[in-house]
Design a protein around this ligand. Structure first.
Ligand code: HEC
Length: 123
């Protein structure tokens, strides 16, 4: 309780100080795109647009029957080869799968994310 109040007062004085300096925090402050790493960008897209069917992490099974686990893709092909397909929106395989053309930074993000899942084959 006391601690909360102190934090709150600290916040108020920070805002007051910022206002004094003419730098009141923007009401809709957003993370600048530069600070988002490609892997992080890819993870967000994967989470929002792909995870309803694919297992996109290092464990778990794909929710959609027949959708490959992303962590296995690199065993079948170089995931960097997907760049063109993603950019052109000619995404592979399945009628249920949405196909849309991804922007260059989204492609980089998805590939970087897929690469981040690459692990040595199980022994
Ligand atoms: C509605 C379900 C669904 C969604 C959503 C979905 N996929 Fe798929 N995806 C599939 C299925 C099913 C397959 C297997 C197709 C096959 O092998 O015939 C597949 C296959 C793939 C493959 C492997 C292609 C190959 O050549 O083996 C990749 C890569 C892929 N999806 C990427 C994505 C990406 C990226 C997204 C998000 C933008 C996404 N998928 C969203 C269902 C989905």
């Amino acid at each position: 309780m006391t601690r909360r109040r102190i934090v709150f007062r600290g916040l108020l004085s920070a805002i007051a100080l910022a206002a004094l300096l003419g730098q009141a925090p923007a009401p809709h402050a957003q993370v600048a795109p530069q600070v988002v790493t490609p892997v992080e960008r890819g993870r967000v897209i994967a989470d929002q647009e792909c995870s309803s069917c694919h297992a996109i992490g290092l464990d778990g099974e794909s929710p959609f029957e027949g959708a490959p686990r992303w962590r296995d893709l690199h065993r079948r092909f170089d995931v960097a080869d997907l760049a063109e397909a993603l950019a052109e929106g000619i995404m592979v395989g399945h009628e249920a799968m949405p196909s849309r053309a991804f922007a260059p930074d989204e492609v980089d993000g998805l590939i970087a994310y897929l690469k981040s899942l690459e692990t040595p084959p199980p022994r």
